[in-house]
Design a protein around this ligand. Structure first.
Ligand SMILES: [Zn+2]
Length: 112
């Protein structure tokens, strides 16, 4: 639905009409830490395709993306890595991740 432009505000009206709300792009950042490492496209790739070492590294540095925590196949893989390499990962770090996952799940249920 186009915004009816009044005299003198044509340009502003068009901009707002096109994008709805101006700052929306900030809301969704699926891989917030991707900039720190290699800039791979992750859209088609599942997190569980990563190597154990990569996942373990992410676990240690709390870089595991939210998507991976919510997706069951990826979470299983993460648990596998944790199970195999539990001596390399702090209980505290692991518990924090579990807490985060629970919180994310709760959030998802709320929103839909
Ligand atoms: Zn997966």
């Amino acid at each position: 639905m186009p915004i009816r432009s009044t005299r003198g505000t044509e340009v502003r009206g068009e901009m707002w009409g096109a994008s709805g709300s101006p700052m929306k792009s900030l809301a969704v950042l699926p891989y917030p830490n991707a900039a720190g490492g290699s800039l791979q496209k992750v859209s088609t790739m599942c997190y569980c395709d990563k190597t154990e070492n990569e996942i373990l590294d992410h676990l240690k540095r709390s870089l595991v993306p939210d998507d991976a925590l919510l997706r069951l196949c990826c979470w299983r893989k993460i648990c596998q890595v944790r199970g195999k390499r539990f001596n390399e990962l702090d209980d505290r770090t692991w518990n924090k991740l579990c807490d985060k996952r629970v919180a994310l799940n709760a959030q998802q249920k709320q929103t839909g």
